[in-house]
Design a protein around this ligand. Structure first.
Ligand code: DGY
Length: 317
């Protein structure tokens, strides 16, 4: 239809989500990468990407002028140069809120997988060599009474904290600024990062990746942590310095890790594969069918606003 807005989505989605985009716009789907010659996008009025697809300043400069908005199918935006997109006169959209529950659920999956030695347990039962129940077999750690420490207490950190409370854990967090008491909901703000790490039993990294959070978890900070501590990451891989965490996990200076995001993914540090105390997932944080559809609907609503000259609710601030 000639009066339909044309958009390009640079990756494939579950059928329901693709159908929703098609119903709203004349949608072209690419296979997970931008064309080498970005002029091929001419005619599209919006470009939708997702974290592996970088839209940095060189890409922004080469985008055809038909593109009025760049949206990311994610809450994370470290793959975008948001100031450059905005400076080019385009709207920048993302999908906060709708994926919060799915990612918070994944944080709990990581916590249980890491504390209850899921990697070793799965390997044992799948090996065919399991000799049967034994009282000393694969002893993990309990959670009740432990401190769940959130680095980056935003939407996802808060939702994970709600879940951790249900396990009988107490909640601490480290943000630059303390949250309002009603938002904190009893969580303890620890302004000093070292003190926060020293008190944390289960550390959840849930912050965005920025120059300030890059390699937050480094050698010096790991040295502040308890040897029984567990590290979880649902933020971005580069919040962890792998050259610090891997030796700490090898040497028992950190008990275990649960990682859904990895530096350099999908080409992550293969040393992790030899660590039985690492429970790893391939960045499935928001991967539920409900969330995929909700993310699609959020971008459709935002693009409709852009095309109608309104400011979308999900414009990147
Ligand atoms: C996000 O939305 O940023 C998640 O990491 C999924 O990519």
């Amino acid at each position: 239809m000639a009066d339909r807005h044309a958009i390009t989505v640079a990756f494939r989605l579950p059928e329901e989500a693709e159908a929703a985009f098609q119903a709203a716009f004349d949608t072209t789907f690419l296979e997970g990468a931008l064309p080498d010659d970005l002029a091929a996008l001419e005619g599209a009025e919006a470009l939708i990407v997702t974290p592996p697809i970088q839209v940095k300043v060189d890409v922004v400069k080469a985008l055809p002028s038909s593109i009025r908005a760049v949206g990311t199918y994610s809450v994370g935006m470290d793959h975008l140069d948001v100031p450059a997109i905005k400076a080019s006169g385009r709207a920048a959209l993302f999908t906060p809120d709708v994926l919060t529950d799915a990612v918070a659920d994944t944080a709990i999956l990581l916590m249980l997988g890491a504390t209850r030695r899921a990697t070793e347990s799965i390997n044992l039962i799948r090996s065919g060599d399991w000799g049967g129940w034994h009282s000393r077999q694969l002893i993990g750690q309990g959670l009740a009474g432990k401190t769940f420490g959130v680095f980056g207490m935003g939407r996802i950190g808060l939702a994970a904290a709600v879940r951790a409370r249900a396990f009988g854990m107490t909640i601490a967090y480290h943000n630059r600024r303390r949250l309002a008491p009603d938002v904190e909901d009893g969580a303890r703000h620890i302004a000093d990062a070292d003190a926060f790490l020293a008190e944390t039993d289960v550390l959840l990294l849930a912050s965005p990746l920025t120059p300030d959070t890059h390699h937050f978890l480094n050698d010096r900070r790991i040295a502040m942590m308890r040897p029984t501590a567990v590290v979880l990451n649902v933020g971005r891989g580069d919040i962890i310095d792998d050259n610090a965490l891997i030796p700490a996990l090898q040497g028992g200076r950190i008990y275990a890790a649960g990682l859904d995001v990895l530096a350099g993914e999908p080409a992550f540090d293969l040393r992790y594969l030899n660590l039985p105390n690492v429970f790893m997932l391939p960045h499935i944080g928001s991967s539920t069918v409900e969330t995929r559809v909700a993310m699609t609907e959020a971008l459709i609503a935002g693009l409709k606003d852009v095309f109608a000259g309104r400011t979308p609710e999900n414009a990147i601030p």
